[in-house]
Structures are given as C-alpha cells and as structure tokens.
Design a protein around this ligand. Structure first.
Ligand code: FES
Length: 285
C-alpha cells in the first residue's frame, strides 16, 4: 500500500498525484516509470514519473483520466491508499553532457520533461524545453519547469500562448533558423513523438522518444509492450521506454495501441463501475 500525499486536478482532466514511496524516491532517475494499481482489481497502469523528492520520500505522477482504472485514481484523494506502486521501472534516459538539448513535452509528458530537463542541465547541457497544449488554460507546470531549463518555449494549437502549433513545429522552426541542436527528447502522445522524429530526420539530429505501448507486468515477462526498433523486437518496459525515434516502427506501434479503446469505452457501459465514496462529495481534490 502507498499513501497519497496530495492530489489535484491541475488543469481540466489532467491530474497530479504525489505518493509516499520512499524506496522509489531514493532510486528514481529521469526517464523511469512506475506501475500503479489503484486497488486490487484495477489494471496495472504505467506512469512516467514527473518528479520526486528523495528527502520527503515522495514521487509525483501526472495523468489524464482516460478509462476505467484512471477514473479509479481520480476518485481517490489525499490520505487514501493505492494498492500497489512498483518501480523504478525502465532504463533511465541517456543524459547527454555539455550538449545542446531540446526537450519536447505534450499531454502527460509536460510533467515528465521536468526531470529530464533538470538532469540535462545538471550534466552541463544547454536545455531548450518546449511544452504544448491545445490552449493556454490547459498548460501546466510552466513555473515548475522554467528553473530547470535555459529556455522555455510554448506552443498552443489555438495560438492563445506562445507559438500557434505543436512542439514539432517549434523544433522545425529552430532547425530552419540554423539553431544548433545535438539531441532532441520527446515525450507525450505517440503522434507527437512520431512527428518530432519526422522533423529531425532530414538533419539527422538524434531524437529520443519515450514509448508508451500497452503494458502489463512492466518487467519483461509478458511481451505485451513489444515494439520494433531498428528491425529488432524490443520490450519497452525493460529495453526502454526511451528509443531512437528514427528507428521506431511507428505504424506497428499505432496499430498495437489502437487495439483496446473500444473495449475501454464499453467497460463503462457494463454498469460495474462503482465510484469511490469521495467522488460524489468532492471530485476536485
Ligand atoms: Fe510485459 Fe513489458 S509490459 S514485457
């Protein structure tokens, strides 16, 4: 069991959960993830770790409510307990030293670029961090990320903040302007990461992407998270989640990720979902 220290809906449908997990917080490194089961019957869900505090013994995850099991997490509040939190899982990000790095984050990945930017800056790299959202009011953690990068750029689909467009449009512009970039890191939805890899491919800028295939055990046992990278089968949970985006078979990843959304929606129609007692009283804590 792991106690929830704090929980907050930071922008609509994006939730932050701080969890007491001292053993994990002591070992966590940028790029790693945890698997959480909200209760004994919930799915095992992988979450990028967006921050941690070894002294306080806490880890922080940022997630979207996207189905049955994340709804269970949304129903919980500070003081409640999660049935299981397992980690740190996956290999840490490959942190380049003294390089010109670009970190691109969208969706839940805006949280996950914080530790990445922090680790790169600590390694003496010049860090440009780009975050995106559909609109200004959906952007989060600007103030939390800014101290850990040299430059924070923003992209919004409606142009209400920063550049109109996406993180990959900003990267494309930077390349077009002749800005020197040694390494790009992208974390967020599959399409966004693919597009980041697409725009850097012509100039050969190495682009690392944190893949998010469906996972079950997270320890290399089930094969559910297999992806093809450079023509070889890899397990994202133990060989990744970070891979060279120019070598990923994106079509296969897209097909595998598209297998269950209908079942996910149908699960709500089965009438089996029982809200946690807190839910009706206060959904925003
Ligand atoms: Fe089972 Fe990776 S999640 S092998």
């Amino acid at each position: 069991m792991a106690k929830i220290v704090a929980k907050q809906e930071i922008v609509p449908n994006v939730h932050m959960m701080e969890i007491a997990a001292p053993e994990l917080a002591a070992k966590m490194r940028a790029g790693q993830f945890v698997i959480i089961m909200a209760d004994e019957l919930a799915e095992r869900l992988p979450f990028s770790v967006s921050d941690w505090d070894a002294k306080a013994g806490t880890i922080t995850v940022v997630f979207l409510e996207a189905g049955w099991s994340t709804r269970k997490m949304v129903d919980l509040r500070a003081g409640d307990e999660l049935a299981h939190v397992v980690g740190p899982l996956g290999r840490p990000s490959e942190i380049v030293k003294g390089a010109r790095a670009v970190c691109a984050g969208g969706c839940y990945g805006v949280g996950a670029v914080l530790p990445l930017s922090r680790a790169l800056k600590a390694a003496g790299s010049h860090v440009t961090t780009i975050i995106e959202a559909r609109s200004d009011y959906l952007l989060y953690w600007k103030d939390r990320i800014e101290p850990h990068c040299d430059e924070l750029l923003i992209a919004t689909s409606d142009g209400s903040a920063g550049v109109r467009g996406h993180v990959y449009n900003v990267i494309e512009t930077m390349i077009g302007q002749g800005r020197a970039i040694d390494r790009v890191y992208a974390i967020g939805c599959t399409f966004m990461m693919k597009r980041c890899a697409d725009v850097t491919r012509p100039s050969g800028i190495k682009t690392m992407v944190a893949l998010n295939p469906i996972m079950v055990d997270g320890t290399g046992m089930c094969g559910c998270c297999r992806v093809s990278v450079g023509g070889k089968t890899k397990f994202a949970c133990v060989d990744g989640p970070e891979f060279d985006g120019h070598e990923v078979d994106w079509q296969e990843l897209g097909r595998r990720r598209a297998m269950y959304p209908v079942a996910e929606v149908e699960s709500f129609d089965q009438g089996e979902y029982v809200h946690h007692p807190h839910h009706d009283a206060d959904v925003s804590v």
